[in-house]
Write a protein that binds this ligand. Structure first.
Ligand code: PMP
Length: 349
């Protein structure tokens, strides 16, 4: 009774959400700080009696707000139930049944799962160095280009970013749609929004889960060429963004200074943690995100470090496998959490 492709599907594994309290949770790249107090106020003021009504199916007010923020039109924007929904809809709207979906390895581990769900080949190319990005597809000499290519930029889990100029060349040379997944762009020095607003085949995907501290409400959005955005609207659920999410998102968007202050704190803590880890002999990638991708000095191993941290109530993320298994991914926490993390790592138990 269950489709073969679903029987064989290895679903996406989300990072653990431990139920124990007092855990230092540095494993799923959530924001270390709470959202603007305006969110709590808006939810308090929300008239629960109005929940008998459906929410705005088109998220008009949110799109108007986002349009002002990003200097585009509301019609250039699609809003979804987290950027995960937007990514999934992209595979439904812009990929033919006999097409394929491309992505890099390592990158966001949802992309291969989305290709499997869509029942098209997932083409994983090794994550290139920035200078090799524009020509990496030509070098791969695929029999046929994928219809859609997901580029997380900055990338997860490696925390690194391709410069906009290299991304532009990649998009210009790619015949299909490039989704530039900018979940972490707020923590970086540049972004590719300008490409999505000028090229016919580039779409940027953003989320309120990271910089805006709203992972719990599930709101993501895409900005790009109108014909591509319109196609997403055609296939979405009727009411894909619930009423409480819309209220909370609008309240957060009305307080961008709060987001920017927390962003700046996280970027400062990121620099401190990277400095301290490097001083202890760790290899740490230059991060454009709210996490670090790092490798402990031998003879320490990623698994060993994970075990030591877990013993002291600190959870970080490990992706087993030949490409990623030597690293740990550490979400940037508060300064207090970072002090504790460093203390445990220095002591080694
Ligand atoms: N893209 C990337 C690269 C991510 O790391 C994540 C977070 N897991 C997402 C998208 C999903 O974000 P959202 O919470 O908006 O679904």
């Amino acid at each position: 009774m269950i489709r073969k492709s679903v029987q064989n599907l290895k679903p996406y594994t989300p990072g653990e959400q431990p139920k124990i309290s007092n855990i230092v949770k540095l494993n799923t790249n959530e924001n270390a700080y709470p959202p603007s107090p305006k969110v709590a106020a808006a939810l308090r003021d929300f008239a629960a009696n109005a929940l008998n009504l459906y929410p705005d199916p088109l998220c008009v007010r949110i799109r108007e707000h986002l349009a002002k923020l990003h200097g585009c039109e509301a019609d250039d924007i699609f809003v979804g139930n987290g950027s995960d929904e937007v990514l999934r809809l992209a595979t439904g709207a812009w990929v033919e049944d006999d097409g394929a979906i491309g992505f890099f390895n390592p990158s966001y581990s949802l992309y291969p799962v989305l290709a499997e769900i869509r029942e098209v080949p997932g083409i994983a190319l090794p994550l290139p160095d920035a200078p090799d990005l524009p020509d990496c597809l030509a070098k791969a000499a695929l029999p046929k280009a994928p219809d859609l290519f997901f580029v997380a930029n900055p990338n997860a889990p490696t925390s690194t970013q391709f410069p906009k100029a290299a991304m532009r060349k990649f998009c210009e040379r790619f015949p299909g749609v490039v989704v530039i997944d900018e979940a972490y762009a707020a923590f970086a020095d540049e972004d590719c929004l300008g490409l999505a607003l000028s090229l016919p085949n580039a779409v940027v995907c953003r989320t309120m889960s990271k910089a805006w501290s709203l992972a719990g409400i599930r709101l993501g959005y895409a900005i790009g060429p109108r014909n591509l955005i319109d196609a997403l609207y055609k296939i979405k659920d009727s009411y894909n963004v619930n009423a409480l999410t819309q209220v909370a998102a609008l309240a957060a968007l009305s307080d961008p200074d709060w987001m920017l202050r927390n962003r700046d704190r996280i970027v400062a803590t990121r620099a401190r943690l990277a400095r301290e880890l490097r001083a202890m002999g760790w290899t740490v990638a230059d991060s454009a995100t709210n996490f670090l991708w790092c490798q402990p000095p031998a003879p320490a191993t990623a698994e060993g470090v994970m075990a030591i941290l877990r013993g002291r109530g600190i959870v970080v993320r490990h992706f087993p496998g030949p490409v990623t298994g030597g690293h740990v991914r550490i979400t940037i926490g508060t300064d207090e959490q970072t002090d504790f993390l460093l203390e445990v790592l220095r002591k080694g138990n």
